[in-house]
Ligand binder design. Structure first.
Ligand SMILES: *[C@@H]1O[C@H](CO)[C@@H](O)[C@H](O)[C@H]1NC(C)=O
Ligand SMILES: *[C@@H]1O[C@H](CO)[C@@H](O)[C@H](O)[C@H]1NC(C)=O
Ligand SMILES: *[C@@H]1O[C@H](CO)[C@@H](O)[C@H](O)[C@H]1NC(C)=O
Length: 417
């Protein structure tokens, strides 16, 4: 056995025995106010050390990447920073990574000269849509596990657990917030966090709760649960979820899709026969929900009618309808394929734009969009979601604010295990 394989074999065996008591991993989420994007610390630590990078939380990325350089060394590597183990081209995870090449990415032909000793891949910046060539490697990540109430140190501390990701040149970071140095994949891909961490008995389920400001920590869970917030010690968040089927549209599509029956504003269906059966994607790459033009126009017309009594203020881009007062705006109900309703209340439908004004926080994507509806982070904040990759269904809570809690409700005080 190769020395590095032996090393990881020992780490993995160790984690199996000591930590089988915990089935769920917990990850703090921070909001970047300037871009409204959400990020996780690379180490998944609650308290970061200075300068530790964040990664953009991405439900649609094929693999995790961060700004790093692979140093080839003949000296056996220990656990020091920068000591990485490149993957060969014939490994399963390399083949998995290569099966999702985005059309905007450069051809990997030029790497042929390196042979099979490396796994050339093309990490993508989802904000700028720029792609670079790099290679897959192995790094160590610290994980926290949870009984559902508090974090406890995960396996293999202080070293961390093995994780496959791609390095990327620093030039790929352009257009990211300053402290974001890569992307964390939470998609359907076999290289995403819920899939790669299966040695923890993490069962292909992602709990996600995005915070609405940078003032508190939101939370992601990988695993079965339970999930408790401090506001109600005995309420397992799983018990408030409604479910609808969640599909993977094709083997090349990595995002999470659900289908919608209809949209209602103040209980009245938006008149749009073509809507039923449309795919709805949940995306952490866009701040506001993007609707195909016909859906957008119909929604704005219905919402405008339902808020007829509220004075207007000048429209602020990229929105199309702005009101003087957000008190008492009607709910927007999304009736899902299962018949269950995701209710979007004012906090998730109206973006404050100053001077007491607020705009309907949906944007017109034009007629030629790939997906009829792409739900953005503003509509997801302070809602709890459970992406169940195994049973292919999405659990959703609607706004937690109406239940006296929010996505900053998890108790991040560390306890021993
Ligand atoms: C973790 O999963 C195992 C096997 O699925 C189960 O027996 C055990 O009770 C679970 N532990 C907790 C704390 O839920
Ligand atoms: C890659 O190289 C092969 C032969 O070297 C060529 O046939 C193929 O078209 C190239 N692919 C791309 C995407 O450039
Ligand atoms: C958070 O957890 C710690 C450790 O269990 C506990 O002492 C503290 O009271 C909890 N805080 C809240 C607000 O529940």
């Amino acid at each position: 056995m190769h020395l590095t394989n032996l090393f990881f074999f020992i780490l993995l065996s160790f984690s199996h025995h000591v930590y089988s008591r915990f089935n769920t991993s917990v990850i703090p989420i921070t909001k970047d106010e300037a871009t409204s994007l959400h990020k996780v610390a690379w180490s998944f630590k609650v308290r970061q050390w200075d300068g530790e990078p964040y990664l953009l939380l991405d439900l649609d990325a094929p693999f995790t990447w961060k700004d790093c350089v692979i140093k080839h060394s003949d000296i056996p590597c220990g656990l020091e920073e920068g000591c990485r183990f490149p993957l060969r081209c014939d490994t399963t995870l390399c083949k998995e990574a290569k099966s999702y090449i985005n059309p905007v990415c450069p051809s990997l032909n030029i790497t042929d000269k390196y042979g099979c000793s490396i796994c050339a891949v093309t990490p993508l910046n989802p904000v700028s849509n720029v792609c670079k060539i790099s290679q897959l490697t192995t790094d160590l990540i610290d994980l926290y596990l949870t009984d559902g109430r508090n974090p406890s140190p995960g396996p293999n501390q202080p070293f961390g657990s093995q994780f496959v990701l791609s390095c990327a040149p620093s030039s790929l970071l352009r257009s990211f917030p300053k402290d974001v140095r890569g992307v964390a994949a939470f998609s359907w891909s076999g290289l995403s966090f819920p899939r790669q961490l299966s040695f923890l008995d993490v069962t292909g389920k992602i709990g996600l709760c995005l915070p609405s400001s940078s003032a508190g920590l939101g939370v992601a869970f990988l695993g079965e649960g339970p999930f408790y917030f401090t506001s109600n010690r005995n309420l397992d968040l799983r018990s408030i979820l409604s479910y609808t089927p969640m599909v993977r549209r094709s083997s090349k599509d990595l995002g999470y899709y659900v289908k919608i029956n209809r949209i209602l504003v103040k209980g009245t269906p938006v008149s749009l026969p073509a809507l039923k059966g449309s795919y709805v994607m949940l995306s952490t790459r866009v701040p506001y929900t993007v609707l195909r033009s016909d859906i957008y126009k119909a929604l704005v017309a219905s919402f405008s009618k339902a808020t007829g009594g509220i004075p207007r203020v000048s429209v602020v881009k990229p929105f199309g309808l702005c009101l003087k007062d957000v008190g008492g705006v009607p709910k927007i109900d999304l009736e899902m394929e299962s018949g269950k309703v995701w209710s979007v209340s004012g906090e998730n439908s109206m973006k404050r734009v100053g001077n007491g004004g607020a705009c309907l926080a949906f944007v017109d994507g034009g007629l030629k969009v790939k997906d009829a509806i792409v739900i953005g982070t503003f509509q997801m904040e302070n809602n709890f979601f459970l992406f169940d990759l195994v049973n292919q269904k999405l659990g959703f809570s609607s706004s937690l604010l109406g239940r006296g809690t929010s996505c900053t409700g998890f108790n991040f005080t560390e306890v021993g295990n």
